[in-house]
Design a protein around this ligand. Sequence first.
Ligand SMILES: NC(=O)c1ccc[n+]([C@@H]2O[C@H](COP(=O)([O-])OP(=O)(O)OC[C@H]3O[C@@H](n4cnc5c(N)ncnc54)[C@H](O)[C@@H]3O)[C@@H](O)[C@H]2O)c1
Length: 347
Amino acid sequence: MSRLPDPTSILVTGGAGYIGSHAALRLLDSGCRVTIIDTLERGHIEAVEVLRGEGDVEFVQADCGDQAQVLELIDARSIDTIMHFAALCNVGESVEQPLRYYANNTGSSLHLLMAAATAGVPRFIFSSTCATYGEPGEEHLPITEDCPQAPINPYGHSKLLVEQALRAACTSARTAGRPFACAMLRYFNVAGSDATGRLGEDHDPETHLIPICLGAAAGRRDAVTIFGTDYPTPDGTCIRDYVHVDDLVEAHLAVMNALEDGDERVYNVGTGHGTSVREILDAVRRVTGVDVAGIDGQRREGDPPTLFNDPTRIRKDLGWTARIDSIDEIVETAWRWMQEHPEGWGS
Ligand SMILES: NC(=O)c1ccc[n+]([C@@H]2O[C@H](COP(=O)([O-])OP(=O)(O)OC[C@H]3O[C@@H](n4cnc5c(N)ncnc54)[C@H](O)[C@@H]3O)[C@@H](O)[C@H]2O)c1
């Protein structure tokens, strides 16, 4: 097995989006060259403008499944690593428009992988999700990477298919003797904003609990609906594992630097403990000083009561643990950015 070249030039798909822009910033801060490909369908050119001031960034507005465009970029920018964040990620929308999700999340990823294989890019890191686990029973909590993957919506399934294709690509590279390594990072609930306040989270529509609660604190909505208050959890509301976006990005750098030829690594990325919906509301009230109203609502289809990660594997292999372990601190970073950008990136 040959050694992979050191990572220096990274193609960041979806780099105008929430997590991709945070990753791009961290890569620039560490001296890497960054090339972003994003359709801007859900991303923000304003985030790219911030990145431009931080180092060597090239931005192309295109679909990451456009093989000719990707091959041109790989060649022109001597890409040695692909971090693949681009995706549509609204679960409800994926139920309403499943084919759009399979075409974009699975189809474009396959074309991207083909371009990577054609050009011989040796390192590929894929943003997967705990949604690939579906509704794991209590016997699987905390969730390890060996928990059976049984997604219950097209979003989760569209991501699982990419994981499977990536494994096949690894096998085929090994058989052909072509240097290649990949990592699949299954994120739990990503939250917060860049600690330096340069970047933030802005989805439209926003489906993530913390920005929704903060939106209420900022007066953009009257109250927050709590979907289900009769779950078998201590306060009756759903429990999720919230990981700060900066910590998540550190996990990408750690795995990128650790990958060796032939590796096919899978890591869950979460803190290892859960926070309930009511606890998030309380944290938002503490941080903002606003008594955000919560309205008890019905359960949503397909919302498991409790999901949280077992972080053992990533800690043992990469020495990674979430640095920000307090929900108040996560909320504080998001609130800071929101106050500076009351209308999101368009402010
Ligand atoms: N946010 C979370 O809590 C979370 C949790 C688990 C997994 N993930 C995964 O992390 C990744 C990033 O999520 P995010 O919250 O930053 O989403 P986001 O919507 O903020 O960013 C995604 C970006 O990808 C772009 N994009 C979508 N399809 C594209 C395509 N075919 N070609 C080029 N660009 C395309 C969008 O325009 C957007 O800028 C996604 O793959 C998502 O599935 C996110």
